[in-house]
Design a protein around this ligand. Structure first.
Ligand SMILES: NC(=O)c1ccc[n+]([C@@H]2O[C@H](COP(=O)([O-])OP(=O)(O)OC[C@H]3O[C@@H](n4cnc5c(N)ncnc54)[C@H](OP(=O)(O)O)[C@@H]3O)[C@@H](O)[C@H]2O)c1
Length: 240
């Protein structure tokens, strides 16, 4: 029987490429989103992948949504915590709201996504937890104190989960994408984007599919002994 995968923020950008690649690899896939109904409907129409709407920042909503996915598709074997946002500002101008929104979505959102699924993985003695972090969690970034804190926190989460899950057949790993050509990056002013590309030795943005291929590998049985690791996919922009 096909394994089931849940991809948060799986209707657009990197998440959409991950959902599509997992489906192509034979998984039953559920993709979640926050509020863009139009993009989600279009994604389902184009791919046949079912989408679910809930806010990853809310524990009760996440728990209820996950129960629904499991009722529809069966127990979740692979969870990809991908949903994330930016609220950039230099630190002296960053508001407590900008700080909190990013922490609640990118960091607490990972807890809210993995925590309800974890007991079932432990019982079934199999699980794959994959968290989409960022190069900026590894190196920090001007105007991203909030975002970098969450993405560095993601690495702490997977290193700890890896130790807790190893004996139960569960692996937890992170992927740190560099700059990828999605809406998130295309929303950055063109001049800033050009200066970012100038810092990437590969001379280009990454493609969402390049991250999706890392996820498919980490989800597979081939990655069984890789646990608590970070895959950097950044065009040689940064070495950790
Ligand atoms: N793009 C990059 O260069 C880059 C680099 C490094 C790391 N990353 C990380 O990769 C992940 C995906 O980034 P992306 O560029 O693909 O983003 P994106 O194009 O902006 O898509 C974000 C996805 O997450 C969903 N989402 C946002 N907030 C949510 C919430 N509170 N609850 C549930 N879903 C939520 C969105 O739903 P809606 O469609 O409803 O808004 C959408 O499906 C993020 O964690 C990001 O930090 C991206």
């Amino acid at each position: 029987m096909a394994r089931t995968a849940l991809v948060t923020g799986g209707s657009r950008g990197i998440g959409a490429a991950i959902s599509t690649a997992l489906k192509a690899a034979g998984y039953s896939v559920a993709a979640t989103y926050a509020g863009n109904d139009e993009a989600a409907a279009k994604f389902t129409e184009e791919t046949g992948i079912k989408t679910y709407k809930w806010n990853v920042a809310d524990y009760d909503e996440s728990k209820a949504g996950i129960s629904q996915v499991e009722a529809d598709l069966g127990p979740i074997d692979v969870v990809v915590a991908n949903a994330g946002i930016t609220r950039d500002a230099p630190f002296h101008k960053m508001s407590p709201e900008q700080w909190k929104e990013v922490i609640d979505t990118n960091l607490t959102g990972v807890f809210n996504t993995v925590h309800p699924i974890w007991p079932g993985m432990r019982e079934r003695k199999f699980g794959r937890v994959i968290v989409i972090s960022s190069v900026n969690g590894q190196k920090g970034q001007f105007a991203q104190v909030n975002y970098a804190a969450t993405k560095a926190g993601d690495l702490g989460i997977v290193k700890s989960l890896a130790q807790e899950g190893a004996r139960a057949g569960i692996t937890a790993n992170a992927i740190c994408p560099g700059y990828i050509g999605t809406d998130m990056v295309m929303a950055v002013p063109e001049k800033v984007r050009e200066s970012i590309i100038a810092q990437i030795p590969a001379g280009r943005l990454g493609q969402p599919e390049e991250i999706a291929r890392c996820v498919v590998f980490l989800a597979s049985d081939d990655s069984d002994f890789i646990n608590g690791s970070t895959i950097s996919a950044n065009g040689a922009q940064f070495f950790s």
